[in-house]
Ligand binder design. Structure first.
Ligand code: SF4
Length: 344
């Protein structure tokens, strides 16, 4: 079967630097305080952008880190991307560098959206999770600045044992802030996040069901990250009938470029297939054996391999790898049993 994501990703997550002033307990990037030698420079970034212009349709670029604001050439990078026809979204860290003036300048440069992390409905949860007091209040202030600038505001929420119980309260805050999308990330134990930061299968399934119900009641976009089984939860057997696209997940509709140019299937699956310094990222996305394999449901093992939903879901390949060091293994955070899938 032809996978509609075979030719081009919808999202390119680009980690411009690992430097960041925050110290989040689940940080995928294992962010560090200072920039490192070896980051892609502006000229190299421009060459990669020119290469990616052959993706059709052109993917949205999410400029992230670490904290992209640690780079003094960030405006030049944004200009280079917008000037080549890419939709650009910013995923900054909430630090004193991120001000209303910076957000307004991004709007002037043609940035479309800003995503902010909000992991709890109060400082007790959010600041504890992010590791820096005052981050909750600063996040609300910047959210207002994003809306005032006319940019699309996205809220990202990490779901871990500490934050999960407050998800309904965060769900009330999201529309109150004027957000137009809410991305709920089920933490994957990679980078600084240990196994204790991950929900178990039953808890994840229960929160996915809560999220599906929440989504039915709101008019903005609600997505689950690190949990492609959200498709099964929201659509049930209907997910198997229509011509709809498979869930976006690692190497399937997305790719990740790290600070040094290494290309990964996602930021949570730290397997490099090559470096943009010497290989076309378009070729890596379309042809590298790992990327091609990750789009092939026949490669899946365990319960995912035997599951009726394998072509539309396929499980989180990053979580499978994080837990078993095997990117083809079953997603351990899914209670679905193949027998159930066949007879439901
Ligand atoms: S068993 Fe795997 S493929 Fe099936 S729904 Fe669960 S995560 Fe998805």
């Amino acid at each position: 079967m032809v996978n509609p994501w075979d030719r081009a990703p919808h999202l390119v997550m680009w980690e411009l630097t690992r430097a960041c002033a925050l110290h989040c307990r689940h940080c995928r990037a294992r962010a560090i305080r200072r920039r490192e030698p070896g980051e892609l420079d502006l000229g190299e970034i421009e060459r990669v952008l020119e290469d990616m212009q052959t993706f059709a349709p052109r993917p949205t670029l999410i400029l992230t880190g670490g904290d992209p604001l640690e780079r003094e050439d960030l405006s030049g990078i944004i200009r280079a991307a917008v000037g080549r026809g890419f939709a650009v979204a910013m995923a900054p860290s909430v630090t004193p560098r991120l001000t209303a003036e910076v957000v307004a300048a991004w709007a002037g440069l043609g940035v479309r959206a800003v995503s902010l992390s909000l992991d709890g409905p109060n400082p007790q949860v959010h600041d504890r999770y992010r590791g820096v007091p005052g981050t909750f209040a600063a996040t609300l202030a910047i959210a207002r600045a994003v809306r005032a600038s006319g940019l699309h505001l996205q809220i990202n929420t990490a779901v871990a044992p500490l934050t999960a119980p407050t998800l309904p309260e965060v769900g009330e805050l999201v529309p109150a802030l004027g957000a137009r999308s809410w991305e709920v990330f089920f933490v994957i134990p990679t980078g600084r996040a240990g196994r204790s930061e991950m929900l178990d299968a039953a808890a994840q399934e229960a929160w996915l069901r809560w999220l599906a119900e929440y989504r039915r009641q709101v008019a903005f976009r609600v997505t689950a990250v690190g949990a492609p089984q959200f498709r099964r939860v929201t659509d049930g057997r209907r997910a198997l009938d229509g011509p709809g696209r498979p869930a976006m997940r690692e190497a399937q509709g997305m790719l990740f470029i790290n600070w040094a140019g290494e290309v990964h299937p996602s930021g949570y699956l730290p397997l490099s297939v090559g470096n943009v310094r010497d290989t076309s990222v378009v070729r890596l996305y379309r042809e590298s054996p790992l990327f091609v394999g990750l789009r092939d449901p026949a490669r899946l093992e365990g319960r995912c391999g035997a599951c009726a939903f394998r072509a539309v879901c396929g499980g989180s390949r990053a979580r499978a790898y994080a837990v078993s060091r095997n990117p083809w293994a079953e997603d351990p955070n899914c209670p679905e049993r193949p027998e159930t899938a066949r007879t439901a």
